[in-house]
Design a protein around this ligand. Structure first.
Ligand code: BT5
Length: 323
């Protein structure tokens, strides 16, 4: 009911909507309308209220709730249910817990802050509260586990395409980073469970630096990371960016699932790759090797040629570009 009342106030634009009109529309008492208005005010909505004119929405909080994201959302499933937290350890951990207890595909866990944000192999993802996007999409695809690498690429391509609408110089650093002007703006963390021939669930975690200023990014990352605000010198709507990512993601994910076609994803990742055609150093645990990055294959793996001439397609590695 609260969401419905908010939506009536939003449709009212800059005008007042009378309490009587709202109570009649939803068949609730005026006292009940007042209770919901109070709840909205407690959530950060500024609503002017006068006994004579009713209620007028003055401003909305900068939060990533469904009510604030849905206006621009064109999806059927992805992001149609958002579980929103002000603060949480890790959205990936919460999404995993929910996926295991039956939460369906498409639900997204979003938090304004993470106290234990995770990167790959035990690394950390750090973000100032209310400045970035920290979210995890629950997926339950009807595919085998080998497609997890491709799902990570769909995550990168959908974030990359949404950011590409705002600014140039977007690059995808296989397997899981988005860069602007050579600096990291987004990291994707895909975690999955299942058996070789059947995926139980995939959690696609996405962290994006949006409205952080230079001083709000960790000092230790100041040389390697950036935010959209730093690059574009203005505040960016986190709500529109999130809905654009969901719109892009669902389109590409459906093509992969229903038509076995990942061309759009792979072409975006190839076209914007900062490593294809370059000599790179690959590292994984205590193994490392020099190679040339050749291309992405249809599974989203990176095809590399080692210095001894042998070729391999790999699913993960830490990569640095060699001069
Ligand atoms: C990643 O790992 O880049 C994946 C990051 C995924 C974060 C999201 S947030 C929502 C969801 N819930 C989670 O708990 N995680 C996901 P990796 O490639 O291992 O890179 C990690 C490295 O990126 C760190 O060791 C730092 O060097 C760097 N880093 C950490 N925070 C950063 C930031 N805010 N901006 C840029 N770089 C950062």
């Amino acid at each position: 009911m609260k969401s419905e009342i908010l939506s009536v106030l939003k449709q009212g634009g800059l005008g007042f909507v009378s309490g009587q009109e709202i109570s009649r529309k939803f068949g609730i008492t005026r006292a009940a309308v007042w209770k919901y208005i109070k709840q909205l005010q407690n959530e950060g909505y500024t609503i002017e209220s006068t006994p004579k004119n009713g209620y007028k929405l003055i401003s909305c909080p900068d939060v990533l709730t469904y009510d604030e994201i849905s206006e621009n959302l064109k999806t059927q499933h992805i992001g149609r249910k958002i579980i929103h937290f002000s603060s949480i350890g890790s959205t990936n951990d919460k999404a995993k817990e929910l996926a295991e207890s039956g939460e369906p595909e498409g639900t997204v866990v979003v938090s304004e802050e993470q106290t234990n944000g995770k990167g790959r192999v035990g690394r950390k993802w750090i973000s100032e509260a209310y400045k970035g996007i920290l979210m995890s999409i629950i997926l339950k695809p009807n595919i085998d586990m080998s497609a997890v690498t491709l799902v990570t690429q769909i995550g990168c391509a959908s974030v990359g395409s949404a950011i590409n609408k705002l600014t140039d110089n977007v690059q995808v650093k296989w397997p899981n980073d988005i860069l602007i002007n050579g600096k990291k703006i987004c990291g994707v963390l895909t975690e999955s469970a299942g058996e070789a021939d059947k995926t139980d669930y995939i959690i696609l975690g996405i962290g994006i630096n949006v409205n952080q200023t230079e001083s709000e990014l960790p000092e230790s990352l100041s040389v390697t990371s950036t935010s959209l605000k730093i690059e574009m010198k203005r505040d960016i709507s986190r709500q529109i960016l999130v809905s654009d990512i969901f719109n892009e993601f669902e389109k590409q994910y459906q093509k992969m699932q229903e038509c076995n076609n990942a061309d759009e994803t792979l072409n975006f990742c190839r076209m914007h790759s900062n490593i294809i055609g370059k000599n790179v150093l690959l590292k994984r645990n205590d193994w490392q090797s020099k190679a040339k990055a050749i291309d992405l294959n249809q599974q989203g793996q990176l095809m590399v040629r080692y210095n001894d001439g042998t070729c391999e397609s790999i699913s993960s590695a830490d990569i640095s570009i060699l001069k």
